[in-house]
Design a protein around this ligand. Structure first.
Ligand SMILES: [Ca+2]
Ligand SMILES: [Ca+2]
Ligand SMILES: [Ca+2]
Ligand SMILES: [Ca+2]
Length: 971
């Protein structure tokens, strides 16, 4: 590939079809089976440091192809051991070794061979291919050894070695073919005599072990102990139950959305525990980053705490997945590939706790051939990839709904969606057509139909090369959404298709533009491209599905679970409608022309997951991880197998089961609605709900319960009868003041439930005697137990605070003067009831009223006035006087005859002064008329001038001046 093309490809991958699946091709010919299933047997040496293992070949056929070459088909063996090399059958056997032993050697000590002669030309295993052509794959060091020791592996206590058996020897230059009918191996090891008993007793994944090891029957001789031989010494009856660990954030933990789910899991036999990523348990672990600390934590506790399931609740932003690099040469884009596609986020890192995921210590985890990862899980991991409590609560409710729904047969209905992911000889590659319908049909025939399932099928019916399988409806988005929504629910929805982060896609060979009979796909060049792409399910559809029957979904597509996009298709389905979704976080890898689970492929993981789930009575997580083990045990393992192992992740509950309830619902406990702090001796409402062992309302409870409190006395103590499991708005009161009070409801048969804790609080009763002011706050004031309480006593206008009594005792000396007439009183550490009473008195001012000589002021003297009222003064001069001036508080306001003080709030003075009148009498000599200040008047006799003097009659003059004249006859 030249540089330009590389860049073009890189850019192309960022576009719509950048992220479609890449395939490797395995030729397959369908043959009848001989059904001979015995592969191997085991004998033990008397020496306990080695064992003998006998590996047997199986029935086979040699089939001549059109080209004159020969295909070798062997029952239950896979083809395609090494890409680009002759396609010899192969199989990987897991050989159990003693616990914690060290493998020393694997020797062939006997072989039985049959010479098949010369001249065979065996077909080649197709190259590994992708959209951009065959990938270079360094298989120079691969060999066709009849026996190849792969690696040792650990699954909790189970320690084993994986051995590949290729039961043919083939010499290419002369076509010599030899069948190796069976081979006997001597496997030597050093035993470990320090195996902890806790490890030996561990039986959490024993269901995996069954059928996994060819020498499982010899486990006891190898040093494994049958767990059943241990007496269960637990007194609680729960210590041997597997633990369900929820790993989440403190936000989720403290939100209480986990409460019902924990009850549900407990009812299904788990010890449930919760750990948060910010806890010391995890933060104090060693590790380069948070994922490593989490994994080290899990490593430290999974055996001791009997942990089987780990449910991660949180997006990758809060609880990261581990980025892994299955192809160690794809750390960057130097190969023309988008490095993002080769940096695969996975939770498998938290499932395998025995491997060393960066044993070459270069910071790139999970590298094929360079890091000693271990393809067996030690705990079963699922994730609810959301951080907000409401979404998590909704998802947990739906999971619970799925588990507890025992109505109808919808859980045994399967919606099977098969798209075509590449056409035969697409781009002249010679690849077989890959029709998802073939995968759906295989699952249907092999385990769904035999286990009583029904199905609805939708396959590709458009284009020049539609699916040759018959189906119920053509595959398209309308049909998928309509039937998923309206058919009464599907327990399983499975598809195989191309995918992007938000859609699963159909690839349709729309037209043969150049009439060459070859399907041309060129996503960049529309003139050449003959393909059309259409979604058949997208994030927009997720809200429009059947939420009453939440499905278990297997998305056999690339990228649908892309975790950096929190609204990827899988997460959206989980968020809005489904119970659990398995999908791929990056490109996943398929084999072109897949039609058998014997080929390592994304389809193989899908096939085995649903097989184990539907027919092997396994939980979804067990089924899924077992399928990964199955897939990894197929020969031909290389980095793409690892990529598929990392790619597929479970969104949802790893312990999800489709089976029946363990027992019918019975009354299990009571739940209270949240009770807030309450005042003592004051009736308040409570609501109590009867719950069954699964956390659902137990509607069969219509009786009454006895109420009790941990502190104090509650009344009444017997409730009225529940209605359909609920007692609504029942009023109780509690007669003692205490913090942290709880109410417990107990049924006649001893089932109980306890409320949240709340305070029964003291009350401070306020009052004010008479009028004149107020106390704030007023009335009966509840004070939280032990808190302080502040009251402000404020007089009305014209009043003052005359006394304040607390519990009947004056506290005037303890008041805080606010300097505005109001006062503050503080109760400290209130733990009992109190009273506070305020008294007010009217307030007065004085006005000093003074009048000078020549008049009066009324009222006068010291005048007492109620504050806030008005007071009027009247100033009156004596005859012959007039008002000279009036001064209020020393300031002249002029010669007014009245003055009113308005809204008197302080003392005042008022002073009036007077002045004598001047009188002008005009007399004329000889005239009896005269004027007094201009007013005419009459004299008895006119003034006369006599002897040079002017004589006046005295009486009118004196009277004009305000006097009187009279005669005293005695003088
Ligand atoms: Ca590494
Ligand atoms: Ca490396
Ligand atoms: Ca492991
Ligand atoms: Ca063409």
């Amino acid at each position: 590939m030249n540089e330009r093309k590389k860049n073009v490809m890189t850019n192309m991958r960022k576009k719509l079809f950048a992220n479609v699946m890449i395939f490797f091709l395995i030729i397959f010919v369908c043959l009848s089976s001989f059904n001979l299933k015995v592969f191997a047997s085991t004998n033990l040496y008397s020496s306990t440091n080695s064992i003998l293992i006998n590996l047997k070949s199986n029935s086979y056929k040699l089939i001549k192809t059109d080209t004159g070459k020969v295909k070798i088909e062997m029952d239950d063996f896979s083809n395609g051991v090494i890409p680009n090399k002759p396609a010899l059958p192969g199989k990987v056997f897991n050989v159990l070794l003693p616990p914690l032993s060290t493998l020393k050697s694997v020797e062939i000590i006997n072989e039985t061979k049959e010479d098949l002669g010369y001249g065979y030309r065996v077909v080649e295993t197709p190259p590994l291919i992708s959209d951009s052509g065959p990938l270079s794959f360094d298989n120079e060091n691969e060999d066709f050894s009849v026996v190849k020791t792969l690696e040792t592996s650990d699954m909790r206590k189970w320690h084993f070695v994986r051995i590949r058996f290729v039961p043919f020897e083939y010499t290419e230059y002369n076509g010599h073919l030899v069948l190796v009918k069976d081979v006997t191996l001597k496997i030597t090891f050093d035993k470990n005599n320090q195996v902890p008993e806790s490890l030996l007793k561990d039986d959490v994944l024993d269901n995996f072990a069954k059928g996994m090891f060819i020498n499982y029957d010899s486990a006891k001789e190898l040093g494994y102990v049958n767990p059943a031989s241990y007496s269960k010494t637990s007194t609680t009856g729960t210590s041997n139950q597997p633990t369900y660990l929820i790993l989440t954030t403190s936000t989720i933990q403290t939100s209480h959305v986990l409460d019902d789910f924990i009850r549900l899991k407990s009812a299904f036999g788990f010890n449930v525990s919760v750990v948060t990523v910010d806890s010391n348990d995890i933060q104090n672990q060693k590790g380069r980053d948070l994922p490593e600390k989490i994994r080290n934590y899990l490593k430290s506790v999974y055996i001791a705490n009997n942990i089987k399931y780990v449910l991660i609740i949180g997006s990758i932003n809060t609880i990261p997945m581990r980025y892994c690099y299955p192809n160690p040469t794809y750390h960057d884009n130097s190969n023309g590939f988008d490095p993002e596609q080769h940096k695969i986020p996975t939770d498998y890192y938290y499932a395998d706790l025995t491997g060393d995921w960066d044993s070459d210590n270069d910071g790139y985890f999970g590298e094929y051939g360079q890091d000693n990862i271990d393809l067996t899980p030690d705990v079963i991991v699922g994730r609810i990839p959301f951080d907000d409590a409401l979404t998590v609560s909704n998802v947990l409710s739906r999971i619970k709904q799925y588990i507890l729904d025992t109505t109808g047969s919808w859980k045994k209905k399967a919606l099977l969606l098969g798209a075509i992911t590449n056409y035969k000889n697409e781009n002249s590659t010679g690849w077989d057509k890959t029709d998802g319908a073939a995968i759906m049909e295989a699952m249907w025939n092999d385990f769904l139909k035999p286990n009583g399932y029904t199905r609805t099928t939708m396959y590709e019916k458009e284009g020049l090369s539609p699916s040759t399988y018959t189906c119920d409806y053509p595959l398209n988005e309308d049909n998928v959404v309509t039937h998923w929504k309206n058919d009464g629910g599907y327990g399983i929805v499975a598809w195989y298709a191309h995918g992007l982060q938000n859609v699963a896609l159909r690839q349709i060979w729309e037209q043969d533009k150049n009439n060459d009979g070859v399907p041309q796909r060129d996503d960049e060049n529309p003139d050449i491209n003959e393909m059309k792409w259409l979604p058949f399910i997208s994030v927009n559809d997720a809200k429009n599905l059947d939420t009453n029957h939440p499905s278990v979904v297997f998305s056999g597509s690339c990228l649908n679970s892309y975790p950096e996009n929190l609204n990827n298709l899988s997460a959206s389905l989980l968020k809005y409608s489904c119970a659990s979704v398995i999908g791929s976080t990056r490109e996943s890898w398929g084999s072109a022309g897949w039609n058998s689970p014997d080929y390592s492929s994304n389809a193989t993981i899908e096939y085995y997951t649903l097989k184990h789930y539907a027919s092997d009575n396994m939980s979804l997580g067990d089924a899924f991880f077992k399928a990964k083990v199955d897939n990894a045990n197929l020969p031909g393992t290389e980095w793409k197998t690892l990529a598929n192992t990392y790619d597929f992740n479970l969104y949802g509950d790893p312990s999800l089961t489709s089976g029946q309830l363990l027992s019918p619902p019975v009354l299990d406990h009571f739940d209270f609605s949240v009770i807030r702090n309450q005042p003592v001796n004051t009736p308040f409402e409570i609501t109590i709900t009867a719950k069954d062992q699964y956390g659902n309302t137990y509607t069969g409870f219509n009786s009454s319960v006895t109420l009790s409190v941990n502190k104090g006395t509650i009344s009444p103590t017997v409730t009225s009868n529940f209605v359909n499991g609920v007692l609504s708005n029942f009023k109780v009161s509690i007669s003692d003041i205490n913090p942290d009070v709880t109410i417990t409801a107990t049924s006649q048969d001893g089932k109980s439930g306890t409320s949240n804790s709340f305070n029964v609080n003291p009350v401070i009763t306020t009052s004010s005697a008479g009028q004149g002011g107020s106390v704030s706050p007023s009335g009966n004031v509840m004070v939280d137990y032990g808190d302080s309480a502040t009251f402000i006593i404020t007089p009305d206008k014209g009043y003052k605070v005359s006394d304040v009594k607390v519990d009947g005792v004056s506290v005037m000396s303890n008041l805080i003067d606010n300097n505005d007439g109001s006062y503050t009183y503080i109760f400290n550490s209130v733990t009992s009831c109190h009273t506070i009473e305020a008294n007010f008195a009217g307030n007065t001012c004085t006005i000093t009223a003074l009048a000078g000589q020549g008049g009066t002021i009324t009222p006068s003297g010291t005048v007492v006035v109620n504050a806030g009222t008005n007071q009027t003064f009247t100033i009156t001069p004596n005859p012959g006087y007039h008002i000279d001036d009036v001064k209020v508080d020393g300031v002249s306001i002029g010669a007014v005859s009245t003055y009113t003080f308005e809204d008197v709030v302080v003392n005042h003075t008022i002073e009036a002064s007077f002045e004598r009148e001047q009188i002008v009498i005009v007399l004329q000599v000889g005239q009896t008329s005269f004027t007094v200040n201009g007013s005419p008047n009459t004299l008895d006799s006119p003034p006369i001038i006599k002897n040079g003097r002017t004589l006046l009659p005295i009486r009118p003059v004196v009277e004009a001046l305000g006097g009187t004249v009279s005669w005293d006859g005695t003088e």
